[in-house]
Design a protein around this ligand. Structure first.
Ligand code: ARG
Ligand code: MN
Ligand code: MN
Length: 298
C-alpha cells in the first residue's frame, strides 16, 4: 500500500521577497495531484498549514528576520509531517521558502536513527545569525537541523540536533558565504558543487551519492530548492544563481533516486509564482516529482 501525504507550507518569512507563500498554490495549479495519483495507491492532499498573513518583524537583537513567527509556524509543520509518517504515508511538502525545512526535518528526523539528507540547492543554507550576510532564515535551515543557530529554531520539534554532518550530501552548490565554506570544511559535509557535476556528470554524482548514503542511513530526506536548477529552467525563485543544474540532469537525478528506492520524505521549496514565467518553475517541480516517484515514459 503506497500512500502519499501532501502538505502545503505557504510561508515567505525566511527572506524578504514576498510571493513564495504562493508556491503551494502554483504547484497544485500545475497538476500535482492528478500526476501523482497514478503513482500511489492513495494520495491525501492535507491542504496548507495555517501561516496566515502575519506582520513581518526584524529582531534587532538576534539579526534574524521573523525569528519568532518562523519558530511557531515550523513547529506546526513538524507536527503535520510527523502525523503523516505515523499514518504510514510518504510526506511531501511544498514551500514556501527554504526555512520551512526546519519544520519538515523536525517532523521526519525523530523517526530515524540516521536520517540522510540530500540538499539539492545553489546554496548551502548553512548560515547562523553570526555568519549570515542577510539575516534571512531561509539561508540557515541546514545549520539549524545540525543543531547550530538560535535555540528557538534548533529546538523546533522539541529535540536537537536532527541530523549529523556525515549523513548530508549537498548537490548543485555555487554560492556559499565565507562562514558556510569554513563550516563545511570543519565538520566535513559532502558537497558536489557545479564543478564536480560538470566534471563527473550527473550519473556519477548520483551513483556516488546513493552509495554514500545507502550504507549508513535508515531513511533519506530530499530537500529540493528550485534554485538548484539553472534560472533558465527555473526562473521563479527569489535567489537565482546562473550556471546551475539543467532540467535534464535534474530529471536524471530524480530517476536514479526512484530506482534506488532511497528517499523516504521530500520537500520542494522556493517556487515563487510572482517571479515566474507562466508557472514554469512550478511545472518543472511537478515534473521532477513525477520522476522521483517512478514515472517512466515507456
Ligand atoms: N534557500 C535559499 N534560497 N537560500 C539562499 C541563501 C542566500 C545567502 N546565503 C543568505 O544567507 O542569505
Ligand atoms: Mn537556494
Ligand atoms: Mn535553499
Amino acid at each position: 500500500m503506497k500512500k502519499l501525504a501532501i502538505i502545503g507550507m505557504p510561508m515567505d518569512l525566511g527572506q524578504a521577497r514576498r510571493g513564495v507563500d504562493m508556491g503551494p498554490s502554483a504547484i497544485r495549479y500545475a497538476g500535482v495531484n492528478e500526476r501523482l495519483k497514478r503513482l500511489f495507491d492513495e494520495v491525501h492532499d492535507k491542504g496548507d498549514i495555517a501561516v496566515g498573513r502575519p506582520e513581518v518583524e526584524v529582531d534587532p537583537v538576534s539579526n534574524l528576520r521573523n525569528l519568532h513567527l518562523i519558530a511557531e509556524k515550523t513547529e506546526m509543520l513538524a507536527k503535520e509531517v510527523n502525523q503523516a509518517i505515523e499514518e504510514g504515508a510518504f510526506p511531501l511538502v511544498f514551500g514556501g521558502d527554504h526555512s520551512i525545512a526546519i519544520g519538515t526535518i523536525a517532523g521526519v528526523a525523530k523517526h530515524y536513527e540516521n536520517l540522510g539528507v540530500i540538499w539539492y540547492d545553489a546554496h548551502g543554507d548553512l548560515n547562523t545569525a553570526e555568519t549570515s550576510p542577510t539575516g534571512n532564515i531561509h539561508g540557515m535551515p541546514l545549520a539549524v537541523s545540525l543543531g547550530m543557530g538560535h535555540p528557538l529554531l534548533t529546538n523546533v520539534g522539541g529535540y536537537a540536533p536532527k541530523i549529523k554532518p556525515e549523513n548530508i550530501v549537498i548537490i548543485g552548490a555555487r554560492s556559499l558565504d565565507e562562514g558556510e565554506r569554513e563550516l563545511i570544511k570543519k565538520i566535513g559535509i559532502k558537497v558536489y558543487t557545479m564543478h564536480e557535476i560538470d566534471r563527473l556528470g550527473m550519473t556519477k554524482v548520483m551513483e556516488e551519492t546513493i552509495e554514500y548514503l545507502k550504507e549508513k542511513t535508515d531513511g533519506v530526506h530530499l530537500s529540493l530548492d528550485l534554485d538548484g536548477l539553472d534560472p533558465h529552467d527555473a526562473p521563479g525563485v527569489g535567489t537565482p544563481v546562473i550556471g546551475g543544474i539543467s532540467y535534464r540532469e535534474s530529471h536524471l537525478a530524480m530517476e536514479m533516486l526512484a530506482e534506488a528506492g532511497l528517499i523516504t520524505s521530500a520537500e520542494f521549496v522556493e517556487v515563487n509564482p510572482i517571479l515566474d514565467d507562466k508557472n514554469k518553475t512550478a511545472t518543472v517541480a511537478v515534473a521532477l516529482m513525477g520522476s522521483l516517484f517512478g514515472e517512466k515514459l515507456l
